[in-house]
Structures are given as C-alpha cells and as structure tokens.
Design a protein around this ligand. Structure first.
Ligand SMILES: O=C(O)c1ccccc1NCC(=O)[C@H](O)[C@H](O)COP(=O)(O)O
Length: 223
C-alpha cells in the first residue's frame, strides 16, 4: 500500500496547485472559524473545483452540526470528513449514514491512555488520524505544529488505516514514519511560513521527503 500524503489547511489557489502538482494524495480544507486556515463556503467551493479529482478533498470540522456539514457538502462535496473534535462513536455513525462519506477520526495523543478510545472509533471510522493533543488553553484542537511521542504508536495493532500528524516537517517525517509505521502523513504548520500561510517550497520539500521513505523501503524490499 503506498504512502498517503496529506497537505492540510490549504487556502489559496496557488498553494493548492503546488500541492496537487507535487503529488499530494489528500488536500485538507479547514472549516473552523478560530483557525487561521478557516475557509468560507465560497472559497471552499472555488478551491474544491480546482482539485479536479487529482487528490482526495478532505473537509476538516470540529464538532460540527448537521447544517454545517450540509453546507460543506454543497460547497465542497468532500471525499472524506475529518472529524477533529470530541465527536462520539455514535456521531461518527450518524454522519456516515446522513452524508454518505467516509470519515477520518482525529485521535489526540499525549499519553498511552489516549489510545483507549481506539476500539470504539475503529469500529466505525474509515481511517484514524493520530495528532498531538492540544494544550488546555489552545484556541483549536489541531494545526498547532507540535509533535507527540511517536513511540506511543510503536506497538500499535490497529486493523484500520491510520495517519500520523502533529508537528511534522520535511526534516522529521521519515523518522515519524519509521517509528509509527503509519500508512499516511499529514502536515499543516510544517509547510507554512506563518500561521495559515502555506509555503510552496516547503510543501514540495515535505512531499519529496515523505516520498523518499517509500523509495527507500521499496529498495529494501527488492534486495
Ligand atoms: O489546522 C487547523 O487550523 C486545525 C484547526 C482545528 C482543528 C484541526 C486543525 N488541523 C488539523 C489537521 O489535520 C492538521 O494538519 C494537524 O493537526 C497537524 O497540524 P500541524 O501540527 O500544524 O502540522
């Protein structure tokens, strides 16, 4: 299974084009007003049209109600919802049934006890995104540019596909993959020159660094 690379929090046509041209598998669009990456529905509609099925469109929400999800469906027609709030297992099931889209559940990680929620979510979600747990005073539950201890996932036995995120960048993505054996990586701050300002060269460097781990593992497997 090839590595999935997600660039999250895209908000301009230029940087979205860079991510698509550089081969991102998933492009994430944030619909959470306190975020510096928050998109209006109209901008989401415009950027969504640009993707043209070159990558999966991931709509990122936080404890959103049905009306909000409905509006996002109309504007973006996402390929997947990324639920990054305190959504319950029952709410995941509800959203999948109502909107007919796969859901990726973000699981905040700070200590091993945070993994206790996995069996419940893994029974309903289509994918898990492990992210660093935000500090109590944070204005948002993700996109904070801080990693968690990847070794907490070292012995993970999860049948569901999962991604690792939180403080990744071109310099540490290979180590994050080596330790976590994740099938995908996700980045936001690590490809920005300032909060919410994506940098095209950093996007390209991150994707190159992530892809290089695939090449290395393929070389090993054919030896
Ligand atoms: O990116 C945001 O602003 C955001 C706001 C609210 C909830 C989640 C958010 N981002 C979630 C993501 O998928 C990020 O890519 C992930 O948390 C990693 O972010 P970073 O550590 O900045 O790379």
């Amino acid at each position: 299974m090839s590595l999935l690379v997600k660039i999250c929090g895209l908000s301009t046509r230029e940087t979205l084009q860079t991510a698509l041209d550089a081969g991102a598998d998933m492009v994430g669009f944030v619909f959470f007003p306190p975020s510096p990456r928050h998109l209006s529905l109209e901008l989401g509609r415009d950027l969504g049209r640009q993707v043209k099925q070159r990558a999966l469109k991931v709509a990122l929400t936080v404890d959103a109600d049905d009306a909000t999800l409905d509006n996002i469906m109309d504007a973006l027609s996402p390929d997947m919802f990324q639920l990054h709030g305190k959504e319950s297992v029952a709410r995941l099931r509800d959203i999948k049934q109502k909107f007919g889209r796969p859901v990726m559940k973000a699981v905040p990680v700070a200590t091993a006890t945070d993994l206790a929620v996995l069996p419940g979510y893994a029974a309903v979600a289509d994918r898990i995104l492990f992210d660093a747990r935000a500090p109590k005073n944070a204005t948002r539950p993700g996109g904070l540019g801080e990693p968690f201890d990847w070794h907490l996932l070292e012995n993970l036995d999860l049948k569901l596909p999962y991604m690792v995120s939180g403080g990744l960048d071109a310099g540490n993505v290979a180590e994050a993959l080596r330790v976590t054996r994740a099938g995908g990586v996700d980045v936001s701050s690590g490809v920005e020159s300032a909060p919410g300002v994506k940098d095209p060269e950093m996007i390209k460097a991150f994707i190159r660094a992530a892809r290089a781990t695939q090449d290395a593992s393929q070389e090993l497997s054919v030896r």
